[in-house]
Ligand binder design. Structure first.
Ligand code: NAP
Length: 225
């Protein structure tokens, strides 16, 4: 079997104790507190790229940048850009032109497919690098290899559950960082850490670390496949 060249890839999400990452409205919900924000900011600062699915861009409009100036300065001292590259997985280029992910605080790669409309492509190309990976859904293996080839060694995946499911299915995730906040969200249609269809066999994990943080628990798991 050929060895896949890909970045070291880790997920970071905040979930309720019942495994939900938002409620039925799919809008962003407060799950963690300031201690966890600091942890996530540090994790971002050690990443070369941060990836999300288009569902997350539409629901949360994240900027995916490092909030601490000290951490951005440290990256510059280490010869890096102030913020990691932002990567949006977006088959049809639905990323709104005014999304925070297209602001000028960091560079952005829109990973799309042949389905993308040429006009959207021309418009969004002014704000981001646009690259095609596959025909219908973004080919995540191709995208991972591309990121590796442009020098991305550490890739942070910040959701949502649909993208995380596909990344796990393609065996592209090495680690899961999950913060469980002290809330229960409930709801059959509330998004979870891993949505989409279930796997043929459950994916095994090895617990690497757990720690009380604020009012919740931070856990780190290695994916064993
Ligand atoms: N608590 C947290 O830490 C956290 C973090 C992030 C998100 N969230 C929540 O998660 C929800 C959004 O998650 P989501 O599952 O709806 O969306 P998502 O995972 O962010 O994006 C999924 C979309 O990506 C596109 N895509 C393209 N190629 C794909 C591929 N190969 N595999 C999978 N997806 C592909 C698809 O749309 P196209 O076909 O149109 O391309 C797909 O519907 C929101 O409620 C948000 O608030 C929570």
């Amino acid at each position: 079997m050929p060895i896949l060249t890909k970045p070291f890839t880790f997920v970071n999400v905040a979930a309720s104790v019942d495994g939900k990452i938002s409620d039925e409205s799919r809008k962003q919900i407060k799950i963690s507190g300031k201690e966890d924000f600091l942890r996530v900011d540090k994790l971002r600062a050690f990443a070369d790229a941060i990836m999300v699915g288009i569902g997350t861009v539409i629901s949360d409009n994240p900027s995916l940048t490092i909030k601490s100036e000290a951490l951005r300065m440290e990256r510059i001292r280490n010869g890096k850009t102030p913020n990691p590259l932002r990567v949006v997985v977006d088959s049809r280029l639905r990323t709104p032109s005014d999304s925070n992910v297209l602001n000028d605080e960091a560079e952005t790669l829109l990973a799309t497919t042949e389905l993308a409309d040429n006009e959207r492509r021309a418009k969004l190309s002014k704000r981001a690098r646009v690259e095609v990976f596959g025909n219908q859904k973004v080919d995540l293996k191709q995208l991972s290899r591309f990121l590796h080839d442009i020098g991305i060694e550490r890739l942070m995946v910040e959701g949502g559950g649909t993208l995380i499911n596909s990344m796990l299915r393609e065996k592209l995730i090495d680690e899961l960082n999950i913060y469980y906040g002290n809330i229960v969200i409930g709801g059959r249609t509330s998004p979870t850490i891993v949505d989409g269809s279930s796997f043929e066999f459950p994916i095994k994990l090895e617990l690497l670390n757990f720690q009380r943080l604020g009012d919740g628990v931070y856990t780190r798991w290695r994916v064993l496949y």
